[in-house]
Design a protein around this ligand. Structure first.
Ligand SMILES: Cc1cc2nc3c(=O)[nH]c(=O)nc-3n(C[C@H](O)[C@H](O)[C@H](O)COP(=O)(O)OP(=O)(O)OC[C@H]3O[C@@H](n4cnc5c(N)ncnc54)[C@H](O)[C@@H]3O)c2cc1C
Length: 505
């Protein structure tokens, strides 16, 4: 402790106010624990402020505009203009409403809020550095700590986020005018969602990806429709290429990126209008390289680097707790979200893949309940994942290949949306629902959906996997007609050879 310091004491110190941290804090407060939540920025973390919510708001706004301009078949015609600035103001309003709501929920649960950046100064003590000049710092003594410091975008060599034309996902979500040309480095879910947003706004989008396909990690038949639709939107793909540097279009190839960086720094102000200003009149050139060492040049006005995220654990002075992250910076936890140090828990992105908000929220709840003495644990067999591209993709549990690998003799049922009355009536028939089940007992082991509202439909499959429901349970459930959800029941029936609205396999 610093001499003269007044130390605050708390049962539970939560560091980080994202979905993992605020959920943990609210639940701990509900359980009567004395909780202090430290956040260095705005409450809500990446998810509410610069991740899930803003990206989905812009996907829905641009989706609406895209649908309206492509509905001549329905007799809807007319000129339409989109003002991204206004859409971003609306998106910011959505974010403010949600973060304000979370603040209120914390207050209602009796959570003490502390603004500042925390690090561990002892086994049971943290120091919180308050932001502004002269605001100083204070010590907090705690019984238990929950680390929920989240993640940040990974920078790649040659592409500093400090350089004006180089954007991370947060920068891209704050642009008030679309760039004319955008190179997106990385065809993962963040890269593909943001490519969709900007392609719909008329930006010429070029995606470069080191691997051979979009959405690596998802099965090819799920990713293919996304690539096809993106293609139709005019997105250009270059697979098997890694981005190596960028330079201003007029600059010489040798050392160009450095020149560009210097110029970016000198401007001293963040441009939210990179298409028109940040990159200069001729824009930039993004250089990529394939496995054979051949180089390619992609002209752009901005470059979005979306190659993944890394945990924020390096600023926490974890050694003062006797805790060490793994090589990737993640904190290993047990099935109660507890780290190797008995009284310290880790939840959300810092605790490892999948780095998804709902996984973090569940870990936050469990950590709080464990601290309160409840006999609970985590179960990761049914963690859904959704990609909000066009069409959407959602998955949960095992694929057919994973089920085989795990020793099951799986049976698979499939229902294409082109056979769904609801899909036809909303004019969106690409894709399918697929269920994977244990052939003999019928337990639903997993499911994959690509198509309209996939992110919503996966909830039923997730419940089935979580509850150990059998195909017969799904088939015996009467589904509302006409809905997209009927496709889940039809897929279950198809797996048993008794689907009515599709040919049985
Ligand atoms: C563009 C984008 C789209 C996404 N879309 C989705 C989606 O659709 N669905 C989904 O499930 N996930 C999505 N994610 C991922 C999701 O945002 C994260 O998984 C989630 O936010 C992780 O929650 P968390 O609480 O672990 O960390 P975070 O949300 O990152 O919050 C951590 C918080 O800790 C604070 N902090 C860090 N260090 C300190 C410190 N030393 N002291 C005090 N405070 C500190 C940070 O300021 C931050 O507010 C998306 C992410 C991005 C970038």
């Amino acid at each position: 402790m610093v001499v003269g310091d007044i130390s605050t004491g708390t049962d539970v110190l939560v560091i980080g106010g994202g979905p993992g941290g605020y959920t943990a804090a609210i639940r701990a407060g509900q359980l009567g624990l004395d909780v202090t939540l430290v956040e260095r920025d705005v409450i809500g973390g990446t998810c509410l402020n610069r991740g899930c919510i803003p990206s989905k708001a812009l996907l829905s706004g641009t989706g609406l505009a895209h649908e309206a301009t492509h509905a001549a078949e329905l007799g809807i015609e007319g000129d339409l203009s989109v003002d991204l600035g206004t859409m971003v103001d609306w998106k910011d309003g959505v974010v403010d409403q949600l973060t304000g709501g979370v603040e209120q929920l914390c207050k209602a649960a009796g959570v003490k809020r502390m603004e500042g950046t925390a690090f561990f100064s002892g086994e049971h003590e943290a120091r919180v550095m308050h932001g502004g000049e002269g605001e100083g710092s204070e010590a907090v003594e705690f019984e238990h700590a929950i680390v929920a410091t989240g993640s940040r975008p990974i920078e790649i060599p040659g592409f500093s986020f400090d350089d004006e034309p180089v954007l991370d996902s947060a920068d891209a979500l704050a642009l008030r005018a679309p760039p004319e040309r955008l190179v997106v480095v990385g065809a993962g879910y963040i890269g593909m969602e943001l490519s969709t947003v900007f392609a719909r706004l008329g930006t010429e989008v070029t995606v470069v990806e080191m691997l051979d396909d979009v959405l690596p990690g998802f099965e090819a038949d799920l990713a293919r429709p996304v690539e096809k639709r993106a293609d139709e939107l005019g997105v250009e793909f270059h697979f098997g290429q890694a981005a190596s540097e960028w330079r201003h279009a007029g600059a010489a190839a040798d050392g160009g990126a450095e020149t560009a960086a210097d110029e970016g720094d000198e401007s001293g102000e963040a441009s939210d209008d990179v298409g028109q200003e940040g990159a200069g009149d001729d824009g930039v050139v993004v250089v990529t390289e394939d496995e054979e060492g051949e180089t390619y040049e992609h002209p752009a006005d901005a470059v979005l680097v979306a190659v993944g995220r890394e945990p924020v654990t390096d600023t926490l002075e974890l050694s003062n707790l006797g805790l060490e992250p793994d090589d990737g910076g993640f904190l290993a936890t047990d099935d109660q979200a507890r780290t190797a140090v008995e009284h310290v828990f880790a939840v959300g992105d810092v605790a490892g893949e999948p780095m998804l908000a709902h996984k973090g929220m569940m870990e936050g709840e469990v950590a709080a309940e464990v601290i309160a003495g409840e006999p609970v644990g985590l179960d990761y067999q049914a963690v859904p994942a959704a990609v909000f591209t066009d069409p959407e993709i959602a998955t949960v549990g095992m694929t057919e290949a994973e089920a085989e690998e795990a020793g099951f003799d799986p049976v698979v049922g499939r229902f294409p949306f082109r056979a769904s009355g609801r899909a036809l009536s909303v004019g969106d028939t690409d894709g399918f629902v697929r269920l994977v089940a244990d052939g003999e007992a019928g337990f639903v082991l997993g499911g994959q959906v690509v198509g309209p509202e996939a992110s919503e439909l996966i909830a039923e499959v997730t419940l089935a996997v979580e509850m150990g429901a059998r195909l017969e349970d799904v088939i015996a459930t009467i589904h509302t007609h006409p809905t997209l959800a009927e496709a889940v029941r039809e897929a279950a029936a198809n797996a048993r050879g008794k689907a009515i609205h599709t040919l049985n396999r």
